[in-house]
Design a protein around this ligand. Structure first.
Ligand code: PMV
Length: 366
């Protein structure tokens, strides 16, 4: 186990100049899903995801010397509004990091966060926000102590910290494709952080599309945190964890060889398995809507009629993610506009793509 505790990360307050760090970090969509956890946000099974572009969070941390006696002195602004209600989760998270970053107790932090997609789209993502925050914290470490100069170490620590904030956020750190969780076939994979996987797959996935159909903007009735916890009593849990590892092996082989049919079949099976696990939890629950099913049927019919490798996946919610290669983008977009947007709330869908991962934004002080 990595031990990032460091009581020496204390600032000489007479030297501290106020400054800021800024990161943009994207969301990601899991192909093999992480569902079930133990200990400190450790996954019960390995997962793999595509890193997205459009669905991203920008986070700026302005820091200065603390003047109040609050342990974590944080002012949090979301899309320009002071949000003490959102601030609580972040304060708790920062508090939990004090053994790693005791300097957080010495600072006043003004955090500004905004999403690059409409908040009203109902896809608020803890993966993008927690990964942006983790990267900003690593920038603070590098700025104050110079201990993360090596990029590989910087990203690994960012992924580790992001995981503590929200498991799936660990995967947003890397471009195109990431794997999180131990697996016999992938010696570098770890439960504590995600690893980059883009070089291990066919390049066709680097330009893959993910169009997100907003079937409903409503907030989820059961949070993913509660969903993970319900896996503890799920009678299918053990076989599910085994299955996830087997699917990951088959999926990575298909992605390596560019076999889009096997890729799509496993991806769809995973989406339905995730929702089946919700339906078989005690108490059981359902996050799909009638229009999620209607859209699934349409996607299957399109595939049948055209032979095109258009497949869907689902997150822990009703919205469909449509995955397809760039070569069929024009046809798929026409299909979405004519057949699928009528199934979306207010006709909204978000055209997203696989992307290069997080970026440090201008104005950040190294
Ligand atoms: O990171 P969390 O705790 O919000 O869990 C996310 C779980 C899924 O999005 C459903 C699957 C995944 O692997 O991203």
């Amino acid at each position: 186990m990595i031990d990032y505790k460091n009581p020496k990360f204390i600032l000489d307050s007479s030297q501290l100049e106020p400054g800021k760090v800024r990161w943009r970090s994207p969301s990601n969509i899991a192909l093999v899903k992480y569902w079930g956890k133990y200990g400190q946000q450790l996954p019960r099974n390995p997962s793999i995801s595509l890193t997205l572009t459009q669905a991203a969070t920008d986070t700026t941390i302005h820091f200065s010397l603390k003047k109040s006696d609050r342990e974590i002195d944080l002012d949090f602004y979301f899309e320009g509004q002071h949000r003490p209600d959102f601030s609580l989760r972040i304060e708790k998270f920062l508090q939990s990091l004090l053994p790693l970053y005791p300097f957080l107790k010495q600072l006043h932090l003004r955090m500004e966060s905004s999403n690059s997609f409409p908040h009203s789209a109902g896809i608020a993502s803890s993966a993008s926000s927690m990964s942006a925050l983790a990267l900003a914290l690593c920038s603070l470490e590098q700025r104050f102590f110079g201990t993360l100069a090596y990029e590989g170490e910087f990203m690994r620590k960012a992924s580790y910290l992001a995981r503590l904030g929200s498991g799936s956020a660990s995967r947003s750190i890397y471009p195109y494709v990431s794997v999180w969780g131990e697996h016999a076939d992938i010696p570098a994979a770890s439960n504590e952080y995600a690893i980059p996987f883009a070089e291990d797959v066919d390049k066709i996935f680097h330009t893959y599309h993910d169009d997100i159909l907003i079937i409903s903007k409503a907030e989820k009735s059961v949070s993913s945190g509660a969903g993970h916890n319900l896996m503890e009593g799920n009678p299918y849990a053990d076989s599910r964890y085994l299955q996830a590892g087997q699917r990951l092996a088959r999926l990575t082989a298909a992605m390596r060889s560019g076999d889009l049919t096997t890729f799509g079949q496993i991806t769809e099976a995973e989406a339905l398995t995730l929702h089946a696990l919700m339906m078989t939890s005690q108490p059981s629950y359902l996050l799909m809507e009638p229009n999620s099913l209607a859209a699934i049927r349409q996607v299957q019919a399109f595939r049948e009629a055209t032979g095109h490798p258009l497949y869907f996946t689902l997150d822990a919610g009703p919205n469909l993610h449509l995955l397809y290669p760039d070569s069929i983008a024009t046809e798929v977009k026409n299909f979405i506009r004519t057949e699928l947007t009528p199934l979306c709330q207010d006709g909204i869908y978000i055209a997203d793509r696989c992307g290069k991962g997080p970026e440090e934004l201008e104005g950040s002080v190294k």
